[in-house]
Design a protein around this ligand. Structure first.
Ligand code: ZN
Length: 383
């Protein structure tokens, strides 16, 4: 199983050529002292940075991976190696005695042990920092400079991993000297989701490594082979998650996919204008909650997108046969104007869900919009 809490390269699904590149860098002594790992949420960029650092310091390197059992790997896997440092967005709080990242490191460590694919929203929830502005303040930057100015304590390389440097403000320019002239054997790895938000002065001084999101086929394969999710469900999740492996895992755990077959009936009821059935469906669906509703809306958007494509060329193998039927039906039932109206209705629904609108009414409104915009055809068919 790929998802586990140790972080060898082999614990990270896929990205084969990237891992090979990183291993070669180390083995050819071409470790750059300031690197920027850039990957969207769900690309596994943070786990990759940690696995890379673990490999660099492993004292019993295997051909393509760290050993996972030497003293260095052991400390790495618990994130307690004295030469491994983390910096991340947080909130300074006098009341809670939090000045530096190190002051909430135990919580950050615990989060990584639970899931190294930590996302910013999860971190906000874990650290209970909702409705406050996160950042990486000047004090923390100075602390990083201090860390980078000393030689490693026991490892070959000291590593500072800064997660989300986009949270560093202008004062981050104090870091430039350390990035340019680091102490020997110190490594600064920045892990970003959006390099355009990083100080250009920092950006230009790092070596960029792009970590792609996964392909739809990879996500499907991951779900089937690693999480033992059945093929048709894996297909649906892969379609919804746009290459975000973390989201795929969460969906596979949380979402009830029985709604999919219900959705076909729902579309049919909308088409037929069967209001009672539409309302009943909205009622039962609204019980699933906000997150499921949003995934559902994303899913309709994807199906609509495909229904547009299918008019112009034959459908690819990316979708499951059951979905293909829905897509072809949608393409027949919607003209351009209808499609536009439904897009707007879905966006409105997202907006209202985010503002804690009543889910039942939101879904009912959407179903009315579908009903009113479907083209009437002599023979009612949506299956
Ligand atoms: Zn090792």
């Amino acid at each position: 199983m790929y998802i586990c809490n140790t972080l060898k390269f082999s614990d990270i699904y896929g990205h084969v050529s990237l891992k090979k590149k990183l291993v070669e860098q180390v083995n050819n002594n071409r470790i750059s002292h300031a690197q920027l790992f850039y990957g969207n949420e769900g690309s596994n960029s943070l786990p990759m940075a940690i696995a890379y650092a673990q490999y660099i310091n492993c004292t019993n390197k295997q051909e393509f991976d760290s050993c996972g059992t030497c003293p260095s790997c052991n400390k790495y896997q618990q994130y307690i190696h004295p030469d491994l440092h983390f910096s991340f967005p947080y909130i300074v709080s006098k009341a809670d005695d939090i000045e530096l990242c190190d002051d909430i490191l135990p919580l950050f460590r615990k989060s990584l042990i639970e899931s190294p694919q930590l996302t910013i929203n999860e971190w906000i929830e874990i650290a209970k920092i909702e409705n406050k502005t996160l950042n990486i303040p000047i004090k923390e930057c100075r602390n990083i400079i201090k860390k980078l100015s000393f030689k490693p304590y026991e490892a070959e390389y000291k590593v500072v991993i800064m997660w989300l440097p986009e949270f560093v403000g202008k004062e981050g320019n104090v870091l430039l000297k350390s990035i340019e002239e680091p102490a020997p054997n110190t490594l600064f790895i920045l892990v970003t989701e959006n390099p355009t938000l990083i100080l250009p002065t920092i950006l230009s001084r790092t070596q960029l490594l792009k970590i792609n999101l996964y392909s739809r086929e990879e996500i499907k394969d991951y779900l089937i082979t690693q999480l033992s999710i059945e093929e048709s469900v894996s297909n649906n999740i892969a379609l919804m998650t746009n290459g975000n492996i973390h989201k795929a895992k969460i969906l596979s755990e949380k979402i009830d996919y029985s709604f999919l077959s219900g959705f076909k009936t729902f579309l049919n009821d909308c088409y037929q204008g069967n209001s009672t059935a539409m309302f009943n469906w909205a009622e039962s669906f609204s019980e699933k909650g906000k997150d499921d509703a949003k995934h559902f809306l994303n899913y309709i958007l994807e199906l609509l997108r495909y229904s547009l494509i299918v008019e112009h060329r034959s459908i690819s193998t990316e979708v499951a046969p059951e979905e293909e039927k829905i897509i072809v039906t949608l393409s027949k039932l919607l003209n351009l104007k209808g499609r536009e109206t439904i897009y707007k209705a879905i966006n409105q629904a997202f907006f209202e869900i985010d503002r804690n609108g009543n889910l039942k009414f939101i879904i009912i409104n959407l179903s009315l919009s579908l009903k009113n915009n479907f083209l009437r055809q002599p023979k009612a068919q949506s299956n």
